[in-house]
Design a protein around this ligand. Structure first.
Ligand code: C2E
Ligand code: CA
Ligand code: CA
Ligand code: CA
Length: 279
């Protein structure tokens, strides 16, 4: 094929050509993965102050027959750009609800809450609220067992619209979490008008809490905010006992990170819960 005008040469640039075919290939693969449900959720436990597992964050992996297990960094941004995140997002919510439904009859698992990540495209999509309500109804799950994680940066892009959507979801009974909190570099005035239940401290702050004074100040400030607004605060990326103890002394409510557990395949997650939570 021959392109028009002066950009002719660009069209034949072998690097561009390679990128383009890579992109087309990826889009084709991802569409097939959606049709064939080649995804799995891994569950990363969240521990309360008494070291019981009270919830878990569901994290998606693409289980590709040809490429092996692919982590979100390799496909979530692309899925977002191509709107394929919409069917993927619905798949995630459906899976989480199916799991909650299966756990209903099991005393050790029935009270677990699941957190799912909601992307920008989902939040802005017109049928999002109805879609998610339909899914929980279908699986007869209590919406209060689902914590919807929305990043601070998504919320700040259109505060009025976000608050409206979040209110609808919360009025129905879903729990709302503000993910990657503190990374938006914004004034905090908006927090008081936000319909949320939880703040999630980004792991970038937790990471250096023992060595970097400014990270410690951030974490303290977030925990104070949580206390004053009566929000649960979750620390993500807790990797060491020292970090955990420090966060504990500062009053953190929930802990998630490699110190306790990596995100686990379903069966492993279930046995960790069974071994951790005494009945
Ligand atoms: P996130 O929401 O900030 O999730 C936390 C990430 O930190 C996860 O990476 C988790 O495995 C990792 N992590 C947990 N504990 C530790 C720790 O102690 N140390 C370190 N270094 N990392 C830890 P993962 O699973 O690779 O997910 C990356 C991102 O992909 C997530 O960041 C989230 O933004 C996105 N994502 C994952 N699943 C979904 C999904 O179902 N839908 C959407 N829209 N995005 C998702
Ligand atoms: Ca998250
Ligand atoms: Ca994130
Ligand atoms: Ca994060």
């Amino acid at each position: 094929a021959k392109a028009n005008g002066r950009d002719d040469c660009v069209f034949f640039d072998p690097i561009m050509q390679k990128e383009l075919s890579y992109t087309l290939e990826l889009e084709k693969d991802l569409k097939a993965a959606i049709d064939e449900e080649h995804f799995v959720l891994h569950y990363q436990p969240q521990y309360d102050r008494q070291q019981n597992i009270v919830s878990a964050e569901a994290l998606i992996r693409w289980d590709s027959p040809s490429k092996g297990l692919l982590y979100p960094i390799h496909f979530i941004d692309f899925a977002e750009e191509t709107n394929l995140i919409l069917p993927i997002g619905n798949w995630v919510i459906t899976q989480a609800c199916q799991q909650l439904q299966r756990w209903k009859s099991q005393p050790i698992l029935q009270d677990l809450q699941l957190s799912v990540n909601i992307s920008a495209k989902q939040v802005w999509h017109k049928s999002f609220v109805n879609d998610i309500i339909d899914i929980v109804k279908k699986y007869q799950v209590s919406p209060s067992q689902l914590m919807l994680e929305i990043t601070e940066s998504v919320v700040l892009k259109d505060l009025t619209e976000s608050v409206a959507k979040m209110n609808q979801l919360r009025d129905f009974g879903f729990k709302m979490s503000l993910d990657d909190f503190g990374t938006g570099y914004s004034s905090l005035g908006y927090l008081k008008s936000l319909p949320i239940d939880e703040l999630k401290i980004d792991k970038s702050f937790v990471n250096d809490i023992t060595v970097d004074e400014s990270d410690l100040i951030m974490v303290k400030a977030i925990l104070d905010l949580g206390k004053n607004f009566k929000l649960n605060v979750v620390s993500e990326g807790v990797e060491t006992q020292t970090q955990r103890d420090m966060l504990y002394d500062l009053g953190c409510n929930l802990y998630q990170g490699y110190y306790y557990s990596k995100p686990l395949p379903l069966e492993n997650f279930v046995s960790v819960v069974q071994n951790t939570n005494a009945l």
